[in-house]
Design a protein around this ligand. Structure first.
Ligand SMILES: N[C@@H](CCC(=O)N[C@@H](CS)C(=O)NCC(=O)O)C(=O)O
Length: 202
């Protein structure tokens, strides 16, 4: 049994979009939980099994998976015929996993440090910075409309996500901005956003 712990308009929304893209909403349970929000609303939900009370968390038969890159790897592995990742073990799958782990290990820290206005030689040595992130995205997008070239994948869902939330962090490069807009315009994401807006209004 697979349960996704989700909170609307949060990092777990990317996983909800993935579920919609994969067409597996009927194969997993989606459980809405609360999280503490920046405006002081919400709070940690005792029903959420994430060790830090964050979202997303994925419960697969009692094992808790956290970090969106890992959640994406697990879901695309469990449902390999849904077309959101290359076949496991192929070189293309290696590239796919690289995008997911580069996002978690580099892009998210870089975007957060940039937003917080923090610079330090240790951070630059470890993560590089926004310029290097932009260069790597550009190099990929010069070859195709998506990070893996011609094929849209779950890597696009994850890697574009901070730029959808914080447009001001998006590199000033038309190739990257257009890719972010392509990701945002996908029908599955639009359906996810509409469902979340409806829940908020209810
Ligand atoms: N690195 C984690 C980050 C998870 C995360 O920070 N989630 C936020 C939602 S935007 C959260 O649950 N915050 C609640 C809290 O800090 O307690 C991932 O990518 O899955």
């Amino acid at each position: 049994m697979i349960t996704l712990y989700h909170s609307p308009e949060s990092r777990s929304s990317a996983i909800l979009t993935l579920v919609e893209e994969m067409g597996i909403a009927d194969r997993i349970t989606i459980r809405q939980v609360t999280i503490p929000r920046m405006d002081g609303s919400g709070g940690r939900d005792p029903a959420n099994p994430h060790p830090e009370g964050k979202v997303p968390a994925l419960d697969v038969d009692g094992t808790i998976i956290t970090e969106r890159g890992a959640v994406i790897m697990v879901l695309t592995t469990l449902f390999p015929d849904t077309g959101l990742s290359p076949a496991i073990g192929t070189p293309e799958w290696g590239a796919f996993v690289t995008w997911l782990t580069w996002y978690q290990g580099v892009v998210e820290p870089v975007v957060i440090f940039q937003g917080a206005g923090i610079e330090h030689p240790w951070l630059t040595a470890t993560f590089r910075g926004p310029k290097e992130v932009a260069a790597r995205l550009r190099a990929a997008l010069e070859k195709g409309p998506w990070l893996l070239g011609d094929r849209f994948s779950a890597a696009d869902i994850l890697v574009h996500s901070p730029y959808a939330w914080f447009p001001e962090a998006t590199p000033d490069d038309p190739l990257i901005r257009d890719w972010v807009e392509r990701c945002k315009a996908r029908p599955a994401r639009q359906r996810t956003l509409a469902a979340e807006a409806a829940q908020r209004a209810a």
